[in-house]
Design a protein around this ligand. Structure first.
Ligand SMILES: NC(=O)c1ccc[n+]([C@@H]2O[C@H](COP(=O)([O-])OP(=O)(O)OC[C@H]3O[C@@H](n4cnc5c(N)ncnc54)[C@H](O)[C@@H]3O)[C@@H](O)[C@H]2O)c1
Length: 328
């Protein structure tokens, strides 16, 4: 991997940690992000500052759905043989509020990435983010990659499943080396403010009640950010040799077991030393009550081994949150 690695969504939560890990290894990273205001732009700018401390980081504030701008970035750094596509409009719930950015960023944006990779001579590997949400109404737990994924419960999930189908067509038509990763509820320092771990911490520290959906009967495969980054880089280093008439690889990247939401909250309560005021509510539209990942394929093919227990992960998360917000 001597040429540049492009990371889209580079100042997003997962993109930031992935970029940092590669920069520390001395790799050249071309980071692309449109720095949109879906959540705090200040948080994105602060992540960017840390990345820009590395001379081997080259940042472009560009929208991945802008073909011309993306072509210019690509040409400026060619050859680019590896791409990690993390730039997307994330979040299940927001897709019920404003569906359009999901189409622009996740569908058109991914289209632009596929085309750029397709025409790069000697292109090595495109790794892209999918999601556990593609399992939709599936009731079989744990989720395994070959289960049905044709019942998305949100437009967000539908766009991510569409990415898998778009990637499959490029694998079939052009033998593009491509791998999809279905992430399961990622948490950790520098995390996304719209996700529950972050919202809970903020409310608990402010003495406000937390909203608990499905009356607490929820379970998630909470996956610590460092484990996800190891999985992304493991996958990147192992482009598949799958023939074009077979399915391109798509892997679950989760933890090795699911936690109940109430246990997750209890761990947060212990770490913050605060008992949360709990506001129990029904299941929200678009949400699934439980996720759990079968990760055996990723373990087998690139040695994925998530090892961070939630007690440890939450300890790091809380320590970062307090430090970042100048608390204590
Ligand atoms: N965090 C999770 O638990 C989770 C779970 C499943 C899947 N994912 C997927 O992983 C990827 C990264 O997620 P994240 O949690 O880091 O989210 P994030 O919102 O923190 O990061 C996404 C980044 O992409 C950028 N972006 C959005 N649209 C863009 C566009 N059109 N052009 C350029 N940049 C754009 C945003 O500004 C943001 O910085 C996303 O594809 C997301 O759907 C995340």
């Amino acid at each position: 991997m001597s040429s540049s690695i492009m990371i889209t969504g580079a100042v997003g939560f997962i993109g930031f940690h992935t970029s940092l890990s590669l920069l520390k290894q001395g790799k050249t990273v071309v980071g692309v992000d449109n720095m949109n205001p879906y959540y705090s732009v200040k948080l994105k700018e602060d992540r960017l500052k840390l990345l820009q401390a590395y001379p081997n980081f080259h940042f472009h504030k560009v929208d991945i759905s802008d073909r011309e701008a993306m072509t210019r970035v690509w040409q400026a750094h060619a050859p680019i043989h590896h791409v990690i596509n993390l730039g997307a409009q994330a979040g299940v719930r927001f897709s019920l509020v404003d569906p359009f950015p999901y189409i622009t960023s996740n569908i058109m944006g991914f289209m632009v990435i596929l085309e750029l990779c397709r025409y790069q001579p000697n292109f090595q590997h495109l790794v892209y983010a999918s999601t556990s949400s593609v399992y939709g109404t599936n009731k079989e737990i744990p989720f395994k990659e070959d289960q049905r994924t044709d019942s998305p419960m949100s437009l967000y999930a539908a766009t991510k499943r569409s990415n898998e189908l778009m990637a499959q067509s490029y694998h079939h038509l052009y033998e593009l080396p491509v791998t999809g990763l279905r992430f399961f509820t990622v948490y950790g320092p520098w995390g996304r403010p719209d996700m529950s771990a972050f919202k809970f911490m903020k409310a608990m520290l402010a003495g406000e009640p937390i909203d608990i959906y499905n009356h607490g009967k929820m379970a998630r495969d909470y996956t610590y950010i460092d484990d996800i980054v190891a999985g992304i880089l493991g996958a990147l280093a192992h482009p598949s040799k799958v023939a074009k008439d077979q399915l391109h690889p798509v892997y679950n990247l989760g933890n090795d077991h699911s936690e109940s939401l109430m246990d997750f909250i209890e761990t947060l309560e212990k770490e913050l030393n605060i008992t949360a005021m709990k506001n129990f509510l029904p299941l929200q539209d678009g949400d699934v009550p439980a996720t759990a990942a079968d990760i055996s394929a990723a373990v087998r093919d690139f040695g994925y081994s998530p090892s961070t227990r939630i007690t440890e992960g939450i300890e790091h998360l809380v320590a970062w949150y307090k430090d970042y917000n100048g608390l204590e």
